[in-house]
Design a protein around this ligand. Structure first.
Ligand SMILES: *Cc1c(COP(=O)(O)O)cnc(C)c1O
Length: 235
């Protein structure tokens, strides 16, 4: 078994054990393999090991990988910051977007999603840690944005996404994720039909699953430590 295959299986085992501990179904959370900064060959290896969904944060880098891997049946998720000048290509090439935080961007994605494709699946990013530096809407504005996005054509609002501040304490990790889970319950009580909590990464996926994550985004634990360099066009 290759290193990526072994790491992928170990990650799936962590997910299964967290789902069991949470008393949720064995496959309660899907795995999104975050391949940013890693080459197409790494994605191909993960695909060979059974993985289908991949997350990318930099548009140019992602497009190069999509082209190199066009022979594979892959589902691409854009998880990076959304800039206005990148919405068209994102609407054209990705199946999912996780970091939506502005109505204006949502409207552009809705307009630019090609008619022949299924709706773009979107999650609204919520700033559950309240740090000034982090992206995402404040929790108290999330419902209003969700109602707006849910009404747009060519988009399907699936739920909420968060990247809480890193902390080694399980209890604090869980508290942040609970905020997001509570928001989804609130939105569904208000009449929305959301089914996705995109939360949990390599170091906190257990806490996220215990609080109801339905999709975890994992990079390091599958592909190894990222090295950022100038050769990758990170825009
Ligand atoms: C890079 C990234 C991840 C993966 O983080 P790891 O700690 O490597 O698992 C998850 N989500 C987002 C939004 C990211 O940018």
């Amino acid at each position: 078994m290759g290193a990526i295959d072994a790491a992928l299986q170990a990650c799936l085992a962590r997910i299964a054990s967290a789902c069991a501990e949470a008393g949720r179904g064995k496959e309660c959370a899907r795995l999104l393999a975050v391949s940013k900064t890693f080459p197409a060959a790494a994605v191909r290896a993960a695909h060979g090991a059974g993985q289908r969904c991949f997350g990318e944060s930099y548009v140019q880098e992602a497009l190069a990988k999509m082209d190199a891997l066009a022979d594979l049946d892959l589902e691409w998720h854009f998880i990076g910051p959304l800039q206005s000048n990148k919405t068209r290509v994102i609407a054209e090439r990705f199946a999912w977007v996780h970091g939506l935080e502005r109505e204006k961007i949502a409207r552009r994605l809705a307009e630019q999603r090609p008619p022949g494709l299924p709706p773009l699946q979107v999650c609204i990013q919520v700033n559950v840690s309240g740090e000034a530096s982090k992206s995402g809407v404040p929790p108290e504005q999330a419902l209003q944005l969700a109602q707006c996005v849910a009404g747009l054509p060519n988009l399907r609002l699936r739920g909420f996404m968060a990247i809480p501040e890193p902390t080694p304490e399980l209890a604090r990790q869980r508290a942040r994720f609970r905020t997001l889970a509570e928001l989804m319950r609130q939105a569904n009580r208000a009449g929305l039909d959301l089914d996705t909590l995109s939360m949990g990464m390599s170091s906190d996926l257990k806490a996220a699953i215990l609080e109801g994550a339905t999709l975890v985004r994992v990079g390091t634990a599958i592909f190894g430590t990222r090295q950022y360099n100038d050769e990758v066009n990170q825009t």
